[in-house]
Ligand binder design. Structure first.
Ligand code: SIN
Length: 288
């Protein structure tokens, strides 16, 4: 059976949308596949509530949008989901003395995923399996097209033609990944250098491309100049007027355009259980 081609789309705010009338556990028909891909291009974040996907169903749904990109290295050096290593597990739950997933219960700082690689993933899909009853753990998104458009003229001029290195050493919970050492001088940060301004491959529209703040460094500047410019840029890019807050319910599937938004997560009660399964879709373009 295929999911009926009856998808409806409503916007969540300045960006982001919710799709309804679809069961993502069933194979997508061509119309729904195109509609979801188009919604992701236009709205950058796509939410579907009330879904129940097994791991193979999450993989099958994700593969509608491209080849899967396996998770980056985690601090424990082996996949969390051994049966389906393309799936990352985001969780604070400890079983038999070991975390079943990454990021714990603390805040995850603003970032985009795996921007320390030459061709970062273009999209992430996050499925909420268990969510704390008392809330917390909201996830926020910031629209980097709008942030670029809203730059004051002097800041736009100051970043024109500049590139920054994106740190590979720590994950978004701030933990050192296995095999990396601490960065003592940001000019020696290990990771890939990308332009601060990205041009969308389909439309040519410009977006800020910042990755993560920690250990970032703008090439060609002194450390002090780079830190000052990055601080101004990050404060601008993550201002509330460019952001969207998602309050999770179990059964949510949330997809985002990883090239065009940053995301961060609030902390939550470490004694509550939160389990999410996550895939990401390989990018096909260098950042330019
Ligand atoms: C992440 O992918 O950075 C985690 C988001 C979340 O836990 O809500």
């Amino acid at each position: 059976m295929k999911s009926a081609e009856t998808l409806s789309i409503s916007t969540l705010g300045a960006f982001g949308c919710e799709i309804e009338g679809i069961d993502l556990a069933l194979p997508l028909g061509p119309q729904n596949r195109a509609a979801i891909g188009d919604a992701l291009d236009r709205h950058l974040v796509v939410l579907a509530r009330g879904q129940k996907l097994s791991d193979p169903q999450l993989l099958a749904f994700s593969r509608n949008f491209g080849e899967l990109d396996p998770p980056g290295p985690n601090p424990y050096g082996e996949p969390f989901n051994k049966d389906f290593p393309e799936i990352n597990v985001i969780s604070n739950v400890i079983e038999n003395g070991r975390p079943i997933g990454g990021l714990g219960a603390g805040e995850a700082a603003w970032h985009a995923d795996m921007t320390y690689t030459a061709i970062p993933p273009k999209c992430a899909v996050l499925h909420a399996l268990e969510i704390p009853a008392d809330g917390g753990g909201n996830t926020y998104f910031a629209d980097m097209f709008a942030a670029y458009e809203g730059l004051p003229g002097d800041l736009k001029r100051d970043i024109a033609g500049k590139s920054a290195v994106h740190d590979a050493s720590r994950n978004s919970a701030g933990l050192l990944r296995k095999g990396y050492s601490d960065v003592r001088d940001v000019r020696e940060t290990v990771g890939v250098t990308h332009p601060l301004v990205r041009h969308d491959a389909k439309t040519g529209a410009r977006a800020l491309y910042l990755g993560r703040r920690h250990n970032s460094y703008i090439k060609g500047l002194s450390i002090a100049e780079s830190e000052a410019l990055l601080d101004r840029l990050w404060a601008h890019a993550t201002a509330p007027r460019f952001t969207l807050c998602h309050r999770w319910r179990a059964g949510d599937v949330l997809m985002w355009n990883n090239l065009a938004v940053l995301h961060r997560r609030d902390p939550f009660d470490a004694n509550a259980r939160r389990i999410m399964h996550r895939t990401q879709i390989k990018g096909v373009e260098t950042i330019a």
